[in-house]
Structure formats: C-alpha cells, structure tokens
Design a protein around this ligand. Structure first.
Ligand code: IPE
Ligand code: IPE
Ligand code: MG
Length: 259
C-alpha cells in the first residue's frame, strides 16, 4: 500500500510540475530544433542495483515519450544522440545490446512514427553498424522519407569531429577535381557537406545526467545553441523536464555576438 501511495504521489507531483511549466511556455516562440544527449542510463541502473542494460531499456521508454511530446508541441526538428563514435570503446556485450535495442525500437515504433507523419533520419555512419541495424535504419528512413511532420534525427555512430573531417575530405576532393574553387569554401558550403545539410542548427541542446559537455555532439551546428543541463538521469527524463528546459530557453537573450 505504501508503494502504491508513493507511486500515486509521484505521479501527482509530476503532473503538477508538468502543468506548472506548461502554462509558462510561449507557443509562438518554441525552439525550432531541439537536440538531446540521452545520457545517464548506466548510472540510473546502477543506482537501482540493476545491470546497465536495464538503464538502456528504461532510456528507450524516455525516448518514446520525448518523441511524442515534441510532436504534440509542434517542434519541427528533434535530434537525439544515441551512440557516439567513441561508444565503441565500451564492452562488446554492451555495444551489442545497444544495437539490438535499436533494432527493437525501430521495429516497435516505425508504424506509429510513420502514422504521425514523422520523418526519420540517421546522422552518422550507418554502414559500420551490424547488418540488422543497418536494415532497420534504412527501412525507417525509406518508409518515412516523404512525411511532412516532425523531422526526427537519430545520431548513431555519430561524431562531430568525424562529420567535419568527412566534409573537409569531400570538399578537398571537389577542389582537386576542379568542381569547387577555393574561394567558394565558406560556412554555407561546409554546412552542405554535413549530415544535417538541410536542417536548421539546434536552438536548444539538452543534456541530462549532470555532465556539462558536448561529448563530440553537433560541434559545428551548436556554435550558438543554448545549452540546458540537468542532474536528472535520462531514463527519468519526463515531460516536465522538457517544458522546464523550453521555459528556460525562452527567457534567454540570444545575441550571436551582437549587442
Ligand atoms: C547513455 O547512457 C547511453 C549511451 C551513451 C549509449 P550511458 O550508458 O552513457 O550512461 P552513464 O553515463 O554510464 O550513466
Ligand atoms: C554521450 O554520452 C553519448 C550519448 C549519449 C550517445 P557518453 O556517456 O558517451 O559521454 P561521456 O563519455 O560521458 O562524455
Ligand atoms: Mg554516459
């Protein structure tokens, strides 16, 4: 009974926080592009005496909720960081679990995402992933390709430095081939060679788990993004955390170096 009580109380508290933050959101001034570093799954599990993979599974539920809320709010672009080029350093069993989870997520969610008009895109090097993951991701991109709703990007085997390096190589190749003149290389051109070529830069980058770093995420694109961090661990990230981040974002004065 005590367990039931505390669950009920937690839900009520969550709902109150949600309503409180939601009432403060200015719907005419929403961030166009929100990017989230989904961090803290392992710690969430360890705190509960569970294996790390349980944290990743709980993180998947938080992701499902995030996509729904952003869609309902009318956010145009949502990008989530799911696996970095550095995450290969983790034990093989954890990497393999994450890849399987990804396939499971896509198989479970694709129909609903498609139904909601969401457009799925992967940022990163897909062809280095296990075959099953590659197939699931290509399928998600192909099925949702023509959708007109929220653009949902999953950064997977993604590294900001690697993305920039790839762009530099491609541009150099085109210069060597005489297709681009040196003088034509500017910020706009470089942006066209990134995974995010036709997307606006993120307005708001959210990082839960208490860490205050980018960890190689959207290095070029986040030059003037607003950063919002919280000690909440990703699996515990709820609607009211997103609302709080948006309200905080809306209070900021973005100067872009001007006055
Ligand atoms: C984020 O959670 C998920 C991935 C990086 C794939 P972590 O697994 O990094 O969780 P912590 O940071 O160890 O708690
Ligand atoms: C960043 O989290 C990558 C993802 C969330 C996918 P990490 O847990 O890998 O980052 P660090 O190691 O704390 O910088
Ligand atoms: Mg981490």
């Amino acid at each position: 009974m005590a367990g039931f009580d505390s669950l009920l109380n937690r839900k009520l508290r969550g709902k109150r926080a949600e309503d409180e933050w939601e009432s403060q959101i200015d719907h005419n001034h929403l961030p166009q592009h929100i990017a989230v570093i989904m961090d803290g799954n392992g710690r969430w599990a360890t705190l509960r005496g569970l294996p790390r993979y349980a944290g990743h599974r709980a993180g998947m539920s938080a992701l499902k909720e995030l996509v729904t809320i952003c869609g309902e709010l009318g956010i145009q672009v949502l990008t989530v960081y799911a696996f970095s080029t550095e995450n290969w350093k983790r034990p093989a069993e954890e990497v393999s679990f994450l890849m399987d989870l990804l396939v499971e997520y896509m198989e479970r969610e694709l129909a609903e995402l498609h139904h909601k008009g969401v457009q799925v895109r992967i940022l990163g090097e897909i062809d280095e992933l296990p075959l099953l993951a590659q197939q699931a991701l290509h399928k998600a991109e192909n099925v949702t390709h023509g959708n007109q709703g929220m653009k949902f990007n999953i950064a997977l085997n993604y590294g900001g430095r690697r993305e920039i390096l790839k762009a530099v190589r491609q541009i150099a190749q085109q210069v060597l081939a005489g297709e681009i003149k040196l003088e034509q290389i500017n910020e706009e051109l470089v942006s066209c060679f990134l995974y995010t070529k036709d997307l606006p830069d993120p307005d708001l980058v959210i990082r839960p788990s208490g860490e205050q770093r980018l960890s190689n995420f959207l290095l070029w694109q986040s030059a003037y993004s607003e950063f919002w961090t919280s000690s909440v661990l990703w699996p515990d990230f709820r609607k009211h955390h997103l609302f709080e981040a948006i309200v905080d974002y809306q209070k900021r004065h973005r100067r872009y170096g001007g006055l």
